[in-house]
Design a protein around this ligand. Structure first.
Ligand code: HEM
Ligand code: NAG
Length: 367
């Protein structure tokens, strides 16, 4: 805040002196001699960004590591509970890096299954760059998502306080939880901000997602047919009638999916059909602006849970602006409006074209 005020004061002075300085000229040149930043605190993120893009995200792809890095932001941030604190217990610190700092404890919590993998892949980057752990986790997730066409430019802040103790178990939602359990947990973590509607917005992340551990016999089973694109296909495909399992299902937290190779979480299925959220779920279908804007909004707040925004510096400028969405919203080949399980009572399902060709089968996401 103070530095922002100072920056605008400096640019005002420049104007009064008749200089042609625009506010953007108040940016500082980083020690690398190449990048300019609105705040010197952002400078460390440029070399980190370039290193992650090259060596974790395969030269800037929406790859499995990008997906896992985005998932990790949620599992670190959501572990905070004012309700536990009210009972005199430690409730976790939110987006405080605890999942990586105490990974030997937290990645053994059941809902965090599989996250040990991305924590260990990220660790060498953490060690060679001068960035806090909490800031690193949220930055890596925002950067990974930026490689997925159609994604918003997600917020990146620095200055978070790192955890000094692990979060307690039991705070991360599971796919076998009921909508009530999930809505209550997200509301608790956010002091009421994340209501059922914003929970739908948060679940937009599952448009670039796959499961390795729900059914370990078919790792990499995607949640929609376009796991490399941040589009609204997830909202279409979760509304289709389920007919099969990608592997030897049903496993715990899994329900029938509509496409060969696709994984459907019981929680996504239930929230897509719950009377409190069905119309909001459907409203994302074919509305890329909404997909983009609503996820940008909720990620900002998710990424600073447990932190005081006044202590943070906004470095979102370091995150590349993602490419526009690829493709148009459609029914997968072999499917049509007849395969929709209409759950929103107020509005009919949008009219969509059907992809040409034989019935869509979805290949697994691999490294
Ligand atoms: C609120 C209830 C949620 C539940 C029950 C849930 C559950 C799950 C499960 C079971 C998986 C598969 C993990 C595996 O087997 O590999 C998954 C993947 C994923 N989740 Fe969620 N999730 C929720 C919310 C979110 C939110 C809010 C985000 C936003 C950051 C998110 C981001 C992801 C991503 C990106 C993946 C894909 C990871 C990969 O492809 O490796 N999830 N989620
Ligand atoms: C898309 O969503 C936005 C945001 O909720 C809304 O204002 C707009 O009317 C929607 N567009 C369409 C075509 O439904």
């Amino acid at each position: 805040m103070v530095s922002k005020l100072l920056a605008s004061f400096v640019s005002l002075v420049a104007l009064f002196q008749g200089a042609s300085a625009a506010p953007s000229d108040t940016r500082v040149l980083c020690p690398d001699g190449r990048n300019f930043a609105s705040n010197a605190a952002c400078c460390a993120l440029f070399p980190l960004r370039d290193d992650l893009q090259k060596n974790l995200f395969d030269g800037g792809r929406c790859n499995e590591e990008a997906h896992e890095s985005l998932r990790l932001t949620f599992h670190d941030a959501i572990a905070i509970s004012p309700a536990l604190e009210a009972q005199g217990k430690f409730g976790g610190g939110g987006a405080d890096g605890s999942i990586a700092i105490f990974s030997h404890i937290e990645t053994n919590f059941h809902p965090n299954i599989g996250l040990d993998d991305i924590v260990e892949k990220q660790r060498p980057f953490l060690q060679r760059h001068n960035v806090g752990v909490a800031d690193f986790i949220q930055f890596a997730g925002a950067l990974g998502a930026s490689n997925c066409p159609g994604a918003p430019q997600l917020a990146a802040f620095v200055g978070r306080k790192d955890a000094t103790r692990p979060a307690p178990d039991g705070l991360v939602p599971e796919p076998f939880h009921t909508p009530d359990q999930i809505f209550d947990r997200l509301a608790d973590a956010s002091n009421g901000e994340f209501d059922p509607i914003l929970t739908v917005w948060l679940l937009t992340a599952h448009t670039v997602a796959a499961a390795d551990d729900v059914d370990p016999t078919v790792p990499g089973s995607p949640f929609d047919s376009t796991p490399g694109v941040f589009d609204s296909q997830f909202f279409v495909e979760t509304q289709l009638r389920g007919t099969l399992f990608p592997g030897d299902g049903p496993n715990k937290g899994e329900v029938l999916s509509p496409l060969r190779g696709e994984m459907r979480l019981q929680s996504d299925f239930a929230i897509a059909r719950d009377s409190r959220t069905a119309c909001e779920w459907q409203s994302f279908v074919n509305n890329q602006t909404k997909v983009h804007d609503m996820f940008q909004f909720v990620f900002h707040d998710l990424s600073i849970l447990g932190q005081n925004i006044d202590d943070l510096v906004d470095c979102t400028e370091v995150i590349p602006v993602p490419k526009p969405v690829i493709g148009r919203t459609h029914f997968p080949a072999g499917m049509s409006a007849r395969d929709i399980e209409q759950a929103c009572q107020e509005t009919p399902f949008p009219t969509l074209p059907t992809d040409a060709g034989p019935k869509t089968a979805v290949p697994p996401v691999r490294d």
